[in-house]
Design a protein around this ligand. Structure first.
Ligand SMILES: *[C@@H]1O[C@H](CO)[C@@H](O)[C@H](O)[C@H]1NC(C)=O
Ligand SMILES: *[C@@H]1O[C@H](CO)[C@@H](O)[C@H](O)[C@H]1NC(C)=O
Ligand SMILES: *[C@@H]1O[C@H](CO)[C@@H](O)[C@H](O)[C@H]1NC(C)=O
Length: 284
C-alpha cells in the first residue's frame, strides 16, 4: 500500500483507489475485544446514534465512513469523509447515510441534503486540521431506535477510558474484504500529553481540537480503514456522550498499519467545535 502524506481512515469501496489511502486505527481494547480491528460487537444501547456513510465523488470513486447523529436532521462526520482527494466536496446527493441498526446491510437509508466541511479543514502532512463536517439530511424516520448523541463539553483528562465505534476493516493492512457487517467497539484511553506530542507536536491536552490515543493496539485492537468519522464515546454515570470522531491513525506517520503495538489514533474533539457546528447547521 502506498502511503500518502496523511493517514486517513475512510474505507475505499473502489479498488482502484485503495492503494492511495492510509488508515488509522482506532485504539485498542483492553481485555474485551481484540480489534475494530478485532472489536466485540457493540451493544445496541451504545450505538444508537452511530451511522454508516457512503460517499461517491464526481469521478465515481467511493468510500465508506461512520458518523454520529446529533439532531433529527444532522450528522457529524470527518471532513476527509466528504472531501475527495482532489479537494472537492462530495455533492450532497452522493452522500448516503445508513441508520437504525448495528448492521450496515440492514439499515434504513437517507441521502444528504447539505454537506458542510469545516472551512479551515486541511490535510497537508501530519495531523489534519479541523477534520470535521456537518451533514444535513431531510429527516430520519422515527421509531427506528435512533437517538441523538449528546456532545460532551467538559474536560477529558488523560487516562480516561473512551469507547470507539466503527465498521472499519479488521486487518492491519486495511484489506477491505474483512469489513464487518456488525459495528464493532473498542475501549481506548486518552494519551498522556507529553507522549502525544511525539505524534502531534501542537497537542496540549484533549481539551483542544484533537483527542490523542496512544499505543492503542497492544492487544491487536484499534481503529482502521473505514472507521473514519465514526463515534468516540464517553460513558459517565451511565450516560453516553459523544466526545470525538475518528480522524487519523497508524503505527507512525510513515507506517499506516492498524492494530499494531505502539500505534496512535487522533480523534477530532467534537466539543471543541460547537461554534462551527452551530454555524454549519444554520447555514446548511
Ligand atoms: C478559519 O480561519 C480564519 C483565518 O484564520 C478565521 O478567521 C476563521 O474564524 C476560521 N473559521 C472557523 C470556522 O474557525
Ligand atoms: C492482509 O492481512 C490479511 C489478514 O491478516 C492477510 O490474509 C492478507 O494476505 C494481507 N494482505 C496483504 C496484501 O498483505
Ligand atoms: C505500549 O504497550 C506495551 C505493552 O503494554 C509496552 O511495553 C510499551 O512500553 C507501550 N509503549 C508506549 C509508548 O507506551
Amino acid at each position: 500500500m502506498r502511503f500518502v502524506s496523511t493517514i486517513a481512515l475512510a474505507a475505499l469501496g473502489c479498488a482502484a483507489m485503495a492503494s492511495t489511502v492510509g488508515a488509522a486505527a482506532i485504539p485498542r481494547a483492553a481485555q474485551l475485544d481484540r480489534r475494530i480491528i478485532g472489536g466485540a460487537d457493540a451493544s445496541g444501547g451504545v450505538v444508537t446514534s452511530t451511522v454508516f456513510l457512503t460517499a461517491t465523488d464526481v469521478k465515481g470513486r467511493s468510500w465508506t465512513c461512520g458518523g454520529t447523529v446529533i439532531t433529527d436532521q444532522v450528522v457529524i462526520t470527518a471532513a476527509h469523509c466528504v472531501i475527495d482527494r482532489d479537494g472537492n466536496v462530495v455533492p450532497p446527493n452522493q452522500v448516503e447515510i445508513s441508520y437504525g441498526g448495528t448492521s450496515r446491510s440492514r439499515h434504513l437509508h437517507v441521502t444528504a441534503q447539505a454537506v458542510v466541511p469545516h472551512p479551515n479543514y486541511s490535510a497537508r502532512g501530519g495531523p489534519f486540521a479541523n477534520d470535521i463536517a456537518v451533514i444535513k439530511v431531510p429527516q430520519f424516520t422515527p421509531g427506528t431506535g435512533l437517538t441523538m448523541a449528546v456532545i460532551h463539553t467538559s474536560p477529558l483528562p488523560a487516562g480516561q477510558q473512551l469507547l470507539a465505534l466503527g465498521w472499519g476493516t479488521q486487518t492491519s493492512n486495511h484489506s477491505g474484504a474483512s469489513m464487518p457487517d456488525q459495528i464493532k467497539s473498542v475501549p481506548v484511553q486518552i494519551g498522556d500529553a507529553a507522549a502525544c506530542q511525539r505524534v502531534d507536536p501542537s497537542y496540549q491536552s484533549s481539551d483542544g481540537p484533537r483527542i490523542c490515543v496512544l499505543n492503542n493496539s497492544v492487544g491487536g485492537s484499534g481503529t482502521c480503514k473505514g472507521d473514519s468519522g465514526s463515534s468516540l464515546l464517553a460513558i459517565e454515570n451511565g450516560q453516553i456522550f459523544l466526545t470525538g470522531l475518528t480522524s487519523q491513525g497508524g503505527q507512525s506517520w510513515e507506517d499506516n498499519r492498524c492494530g499494531t503495538p505502539g500505534g496512535f489514533t487522533l480523534f477530532t474533539h467534537v466539543g471543541y467545535y460547537l461554534d462551527f457546528i452551530r454555524d454549519a447547521i444554520n447555514s446548511a
